[in-house]
Design a protein around this ligand. Structure first.
Ligand code: OOG
Ligand code: MG
Length: 262
């Protein structure tokens, strides 16, 4: 059995990503691996992404809705990193060639105007630093077989980061975030429905949670960053040949062509 270290787990996670290889969760072999260690591993993988030239574009929240928490079997909201290598332009297909088993989920996204520094930031204070609100679709892709993980494993794995795309509509942060609704359609059929209220009661709470959590690691949220506030509903498989549409009530639509079968 391998003796894992935080460094070798970081190496293995990035190798799985590069080689499109899934694996069993580390906590099976290293039960003492906890969420704090998961965040140290996540920081190390971010450091290596930046070393190879990627730029931070923002942060993502994970497991902020009951639908996601129940599906993944983990009920702790978590924070992870987005880089320019993960950003998709409108109309770009899901990069199947680079992903293991992608899934798509609808998210409410904040684009930050001001720097936001915690601790002790409330949802209201957090919202005051937001420039615009956008619709988003996140393409998650776990390095763990069948998306089976504990909180520590998924934190280490940068919360299953894969890719993300934003919708074209920009709205004011004063909009009705709680009442904003979304339908997720696969090949024209509605498979999930959710609202902003499903995200910790209010997506602004997710933003506050992110900045307060980052502050425990000496970090802030920077102007221009995007913040994905977490899947509003359960995700759907990005099956090659299919199209997933996240149809929001006022934030417009984000359509993802799931690419062609290889
Ligand atoms: C973990 C990533 C969660 C979200 O929005 O909840 C996430 C997973 O579901 O694999 O991105
Ligand atoms: Mg997500």
């Amino acid at each position: 059995m391998t003796t894992w270290t935080e460094d070798s787990v970081a190496t293995e996670l990035l190798a799985c990503e590069a080689e499109r290889r899934d694996r069993t969760k580390f906590t099976d072999e290293w039960p003492e691996l906890d969420v704090a260690a998961g965040y140290r591993i996540q920081s190390e993988t971010l450091r290596r992404r930046l070393d190879r030239g990627e730029k931070i574009t923002g942060v993502k929240l994970g497991l902020t809705s009951v639908a996601k928490q129940q599906r993944m079997g983990v009920d702790t909201p978590l924070v992870a990193w987005l880089t320019d290598a993960m950003a998709l332009e409108t109309g770009q297909p899901v990069p199947q060639h680079a992903l293991i088993h992608p899934r798509v989920e609808p998210e409410i996204v904040f684009v930050m105007r001001d720097r936001l520094v915690a601790p002790g930031v409330t949802a209201e204070q957090a919202l005051a630093a937001v420039g615009t609100v956008r619709a988003g679709a996140e393409v998650i892709d776990s390095r763990y077989r069948d998306f089976k993980f504990t909180a520590a494993d998924v934190v280490a794995d940068n919360a299953s980061s894969g890719a993300y795309v934003l919708g074209g509509v920009e709205r004011e942060p004063g909009m009705d975030l709680v009442g904003e609704s979304v339908e997720v359609l696969v090949d024209g059929e509605v498979v999930h429905k959710a609202t902003g209220a499903d995200v910790l009661g209010n997506p602004a709470e997710a933003l506050a949670l992110a900045v307060n959590d980052l502050a425990t690691r000496g970090l802030a949220i920077e102007p221009g960053w995007v913040v994905l506030t977490g899947g509003m509903s359960d995700a759907v498989y990005a099956t090659p040949g299919s199209t997933v549409v996240c149809r929001f009530s006022t934030l417009g639509e984000v359509a993802l062509d799931c690419g062609s079968p290889e």
